[in-house]
Design a protein around this ligand. Structure first.
Ligand code: NDP
Length: 416
């Protein structure tokens, strides 16, 4: 019988697991494994209640190749969906090779001690996956993921030459908290406090963090200030579509969010190096005296512990996300055209279906679709591939069926 193994039990994994359950005829059997087994058990219970599907659970430390190989060898899944954190990408890929499993993720590898992400570490696995006849699907969330496939779809059906690509990501939702991140706070804050980067005329151009910004109008939402960020899908897209002259990524932020972020940085709470701290022990010593212990803490990891958990934002989250690709280039007819393809996703609808907010939903649904297409043999290709290297058509069809319908505007004003 077919089998999928999900690693992680956070916001994204929760959505993906619900969606796997809704497509269990293709997946066969589901196992959910994560660091904290009680979270996997709670998720399995919710899936049984909502979808009537049983999932087995397991405990695993995904930083340990040995533990992963033992789990994969015992379970023998067809595909492992890595929905833990980017830190675990390499250990999980290594374990997949050793145990003979296929692989999928939603974010590229990032070392814990350096806020820097790029694909080179994962692309280094290409030959070994090819030789083993195994498929690794990289970046199958929304961005990267859907945005990469929107680009592939535009190249396949509408353009003979894509010249300008702007990926635009707007979250116009309101969770009614003073400050919270929409996915893992540690990963999110590391990403957006980095320098900006974009591709122009064959080279990378670096900017100061949030240096370049302008208002952009999002469908059904209106104008929102949008900031140029470095985002990982640009790295593979400019290689796979070499006609691209300029590729940029924009994300909206509210003024309040940016003010909090500024404070977090200025007071040192976004630091990722260890700080020594003398902490009082929770229990008094037998003689009644207060003892203390020296501990090492990483300020950003401590901040994550006190910020709202993105998984708990869903209840009162209203509004929607709008993410898409704005493309200009030479159409199949030889004339210049513009094209805007996007999806809007309601936080409330996502919450009602899966118990999670829209950002987890827009990531977990594409991850399930990628794994489903693999299981159906449509996205089976030995080696390590970014999602745009697969046929976008069945993926685009599934987006419409699985809760992320998309829309297109031909020859409109791209504002960029
Ligand atoms: P969460 O923090 O909610 O969940 C992460 C899960 O991974 C938790 O269940 C955590 O376990 C588990 N985990 C962490 N470390 C380990 C480990 N060593 N071994 C086993 N399990 C571990 O994150 P999200 O669900 O918000 O994000 C998941 C992934 O999705 C991230 O990689 C993120 O970058 C990516 N993402 C991608 C997007 C896209 O569009 N492409 C958008 C948003 C997110 P525990 O509960 O014990 O901490």
């Amino acid at each position: 019988m077919a089998k999928v193994l999900i690693i992680g039990a956070g916001g994204v994994a929760t959505v993906a697991a619900h969606k796997v359950a809704q497509n269990i005829d293709v997946f066969g059997e589901m196992v959910i494994a994560s660091r904290t087994k009680s979270k996997c058990d709670a998720l399995a219970a919710d899936i049984l209640r909502r979808e009537g599907v049983t999932a087995r659970t397991a405990q695993v430390d995904a930083d340990s190749v040995e533990q992963l190989v033992a789990l994969f060898s015992a379970e023998k899944p067809d595909i492992v969906m890595n929905l833990a954190l980017p830190y675990q990408d390499l250990t999980i890929m290594e374990a997949c090779l050793q145990a003979g499993c296929n692989y999928l993720d939603t974010a590229n590898y990032e070392p814990k001690d350096e806020a820097h992400f790029e694909y080179s570490w994962q692309w280094a696995f290409r030959e070994r996956f090819e030789q083993a006849g195994l498929t690794a699907i990289l970046g199958c969330g929304f961005d990267p993921g859907v945005t990469s496939l929107f680009t592939a779809y535009a190249a396949k059906h509408h353009f003979s030459e894509i010249q300008y690509l702007d990926i635009v990501d707007c979250n116009a939702g309101n969770h009614h908290k003073a400050f919270a991140t929409n996915f893992n706070p540690e990963i999110n804050i590391r990403e957006i406090t980095q320098k900006g980067l974009y591709w122009e005329d064959g080279k990378w151009i670096e900017t100061e963090p949030m240096e370049i910004h302008q208002p952009l109008t999002y469908p059904g939402i209106g104008p929102k200030e949008s900031y140029l960020l470095h985002h990982e899908e640009i790295e593979s897209l400019v290689i796979n579509y070499p006609t691209i002259r300029r590729a940029r990524f924009w994300m909206t932020f509210g003024q309040q969010y940016l003010t909090y972020l500024d404070v977090i940085q200025n007071i040192g709470m976004s630091r990722i190096d260890e700080v020594e701290y003398e902490a009082p022990l929770a229990d008094e010593a037998a003689d009644g005296k207060q003892k203390s212990v020296k501990v090492k803490i990483v300020p950003l990891q401590f901040l994550k512990a006190v910020l709202p958990n993105p998984q708990d934002l869903g209840q009162n989250y209203d509004g929607e996300t709008s993410i898409g690709c704005r493309i200009r280039g030479i159409g199949k007819d030889g004339a210049e055209h513009t094209y805007y393809v996007y999806n809007n996703c309601s936080h409330q609808a996502a919450f009602e279906e899966t118990g999670m907010q829209g950002v987890s939903y827009t990531t977990g649904v594409p991850a399930m679709i990628g794994a489903k297409l693999f299981m159906q043999g449509l996205w089976k290709k030995s080696g390590v591939h970014n999602v745009e290297e697969f046929d976008p058509d069945p993926f685009m069809e599934q987006l419409n069926v699985q809760g992320l319908p998309w829309h297109e505007i031909h020859d409109g004003d791209l504002e960029l």
